[in-house]
Design a protein around this ligand. Structure first.
Ligand SMILES: *Cc1c(COP(=O)(O)O)cnc(C)c1O
Length: 233
């Protein structure tokens, strides 16, 4: 983190600023304040700093590694909620289930089946989002868009996962505006699945520090924001 950045503003101030920018985008798009949730992405930051952000009123946090989260979560206030935002390896599924209320990065039928199998064993229903690869530049993870509806049909048979919606990463762009087409694409894919399979997929996890305003304008319900709150990693 660069020094002038941390001296200029406290975590509480940066959180407040992000919330104001979110409110602006929510208002511009004619949506309601409760429609968009902030996932504060605390990966790489220690528990003491997460506690400071929690004291400023943030309850929902996102981590991208199961191992790291498992070490930090017990050191944080008990009333926080945690999402896994990153890729999940099959051998980490059992460890991840008790930690996270939502898994954002489910990117294969195989992984979903493993989550389903272990959830069933442990008598729970795990909430998940399907990660879609809307841009090959941004990540190697995610269902290819063309395969989504074919794979979705198989996922619908899983009794112990609840698919709440879709997630994507846009490529890093110079402006928030340039990421907009990727977000519009994710929303269109969601609308298509809802119509084809007569299901509700209310959640769209899209938008990070550099592009969350256009994501909100395109229908994001969960924005995953790290560096704008915590500083550069
Ligand atoms: C790190 C990360 C974020 C947050 O990125 P920032 O640019 O720091 O806001 C969001 N989503 C995923 C999947 C990430 O790994």
């Amino acid at each position: 983190m660069n020094a002038s950045f941390s001296i200029m503003k406290s975590y509480a101030e940066r959180l407040h600023l992000v919330r104001e920018q979110m409110a602006g985008a929510i208002a511009r798009s004619g949506r309601k304040a409760g429609d968009v949730k902030l996932v504060a992405v605390s990966k790489t930051y220690p528990a003491e700093i997460i506690c400071e952000v929690a004291e400023a009123g943030q309850i929902l946090f996102g981590e991208n590694r199961v191992q790291e989260a498992a070490g930090k979560i017990p050191l944080c206030p008990k009333d926080l909620e945690w999402h896994l935002i990153g890729h999940l390896q099959k051998n980490k599924v059992r460890k991840s289930l008790p930690l996270f209320t939502l898994l954002h990065g489910v990117d294969s039928v195989e992984l979903a089946r493993e989550i389903n199998r272990i959830s069933q064993e442990e008598d729970r229903i795990q909430r998940i989002l399907l990660e879609v690869n809307t841009s090959l530049e941004a990540t190697k993870f995610g269902f290819p868009q063309e395969q989504l509806s074919c794979e979705f049909e198989k996922l619908l048979t899983l009794s112990h996962v609840e698919i709440l919606g879709l997630m994507t990463l846009a490529p890093i762009t110079l402006t928030s505006e340039m990421a907009r087409p990727y977000f519009a694409k994710l929303r269109a894919l969601r609308d298509g699945l809802e119509n084809q399979f007569f299901v509700k997929l209310p959640e769209l996890s899209m938008g990070m520090s550099g592009d969350f305003e256009s994501a909100i304008e395109e229908g994001a319900t969960l924005v995953r924001i790290g560096s704008a709150i915590f500083g550069n990693r």
